[in-house]
Ligand binder design. Structure first.
Ligand code: NDP
Length: 256
């Protein structure tokens, strides 16, 4: 394996790593030899993902029950991750939820706070915990935020969700600037329409699916596997000079 693809000895946290896009990225990291700590709320799903990842590479895999919107749970999960792995090299803040859909003028502040608690607070808390550890270790680190095309395009009918994803992009750029001098790189991945549990209802809508496939030149929904190599690249040594960037992975959906 080329050195820039080899993550042997690299310790990475993937929040929401037990399902969907996060699991796709965790699979890539495990296959590249990394030690992976997955954080998610559903302990059963965490354990199933852990067992699967253990079969993919030689690295150590751990799973931690964590709601990333809860400060104490993030603190505890970081402590447990460090106790198990001894250090931290990267954190991918992928955990996220879709917002309540409906006309913007009918959505409530509670609707906004509900989606922001995970999609914004969760990223803030996870990144803060990682940065503290990176600074203590003193040899840099890599942060990756999973935003969304909705963070640039907005999301009609799901405005609150788009707003949280836009906030993550601003945070990513600010962090890239604030912590770059410490060797801490921050980048974002922006998925287009990806077939996961989150988009189950949309996948079941034939008219919508036809629209997605017609607009995306690759002519299919994305899959979690489409994110594996991006995760390996962004956390690894090959991306040593990549900082403050957003990577859209959408089959070309957004080029029009
Ligand atoms: P899934 O619903 O398949 O997975 C979401 C993951 O996040 C699960 O592992 C879930 O685990 C975890 N999660 C949710 N809430 C929390 C929480 N409070 N604390 C910890 N973990 C949590 O969704 P996707 O894989 O599709 O989404 C992953 C990311 O990609 C999200 O940030 C989403 O916004 C983004 N995205 C997805 C797109 C798509 O088309 N699918 C498009 C653009 C962006 P558990 O329930 O066990 O906590």
């Amino acid at each position: 394996m080329a050195d820039f693809l080899d993550l042997t000895g690299h310790v990475s946290v993937v929040t929401g790593g037990n399902n969907g896009i996060g699991l796709g990225m965790a699979r890539g990291l495990a296959q590249a030899g990394a030690d992976v700590a997955i954080w998610g709320r559903n302990t059963e799903r965490n354990e199933a993902a852990k067992a699967e990842l253990e079969g993919l590479g030689a690295g150590t895999i751990t799973a931690h029950t964590c709601d990333v919107s809860q400060p104490q749970q993030v603190t505890d999960s970081m402590a447990a991750t460090l106790a198990a792995h001894g250090k931290l090299d990267s954190l991918i803040a992928n955990a996220g939820i879709g917002g309540r859909k409906g006309p913007f003028h009918e959505l409530t502040l509670d609707d906004f706070h509900w989606v922001a608690a995970v999609n914004v607070d969760g990223v803030v808390l996870s990144f803060q915990a990682a940065i503290k550890q990176f600074l203590e270790q003193g040899n840099g680190g890599s942060l990756v935020a999973v935003s969304s095309l909705a963070g640039i395009e907005g999301a009609a009918g799901n405005i609150h969700y788009g707003a949280t994803k836009g906030a993550v992009l601003a945070m990513m750029r600010g962090l890239a600037s604030e912590y770059g001098r410490h060797g801490i790189r921050t980048n974002a991945i922006l998925p287009g329409w990806i077939a996961t549990d989150m988009t189950e209802a949309a996948q079941g809508n034939d008219v919508f699916t036809e629209k997605v496939i017609k607009r995306a030149p690759i002519r299919r929904w994305g899959t979690p596997e489409d994110f594996a190599a991006a995760a390996v690249y962004l956390v690894g040594p090959g991306a040593a000079y990549t900082n403050g960037q957003q990577f859209v992975i959408d089959g070309g959906y957004s080029i029009y």
